[in-house]
Design a binder for this molecule. Sequence first.
Ligand code: ASP
Length: 305
Amino acid sequence: MLFIANGEGWPGVPTTVEMLKSGADSLTALVAGISRVEVDARVRSVGYGGWPNMLGEMECDAAVMDGTTREVGSVGAVPNTIPVARLAHEVMKRLPHVMLTGAGARRFATETGFSVDDVLFPDSKRVWRERLLKEMTPEQAECFPDIPLAPLLKTITDPERVRDTTVYLSADPARGIHAATSTSGWAWKYPGRLGDSPIPGAGFYADSRYGAAACTHTGEMTMRCATARTVVLAIKLGYSLGDAIKLAVDELGELTEGFLGGVVIHAVDAKGNHEVVNFRCQSEIRYWLWDGAMPEPELRPAKTI
Ligand code: ASP
């Protein structure tokens, strides 16, 4: 058994590891751990501790993927809901669809018995408001929110400080390979913006025959390159895990126009290997590893490419 999670995923790592140890269904174990991250206000990028969009509204994204069946459940821009990874899992289990967004996702949450949550953490609201007021002219502030929002996007983009995601991957010869993600996305994003975390192939992908990958940081890069799918497809085509990641990184590096930023790729293969690679993120990137034999999960540094 192999389990990796990004550094931000710390509140749920013990839960997932304990469940995996006791033989729980892998996806249920990943979602149970991520649910702990989503309610923990100390994690300032996921669920309750995350950041709102330009209007000060929380819109969370999440997904799950079963690499054995290649079934996916995904939700995007969901309002008023904290356990969005669990909601994505319900989409996978109950619907013929792969992805629900916005009001439809919230409607499904209500139908499935999820509470209507107050997701906006008071400190996130304060920071959102202060930064926005700093960027707006007095005229814009007076008319807000009935002003064009797009011109404000450039000025408050600070991807290193106000973005992240939690990604969990597990691989087991008997139970298969699974992926789960959850994020509040990019702070001050344009309302309705989806990142890569709910997009299969971009922010995550799993195929039990070959491996899985999940990305954090600039979704605007991984969506353009289908980064997670690239890693898994390259393994299918015979690349080693390291070479598969290198191929995906080379593709990210070929982007020269549009919004550019750093990406972290987390990946496992069906042979029991794993790698976490930092491409152009300024901050120090670490991840959690538990390999089934370790007494406790360990926090390790990512490789910088
Ligand atoms: N990848 C996420 C997104 O683009 C954010 C992050 O991981 O930093 O929404």
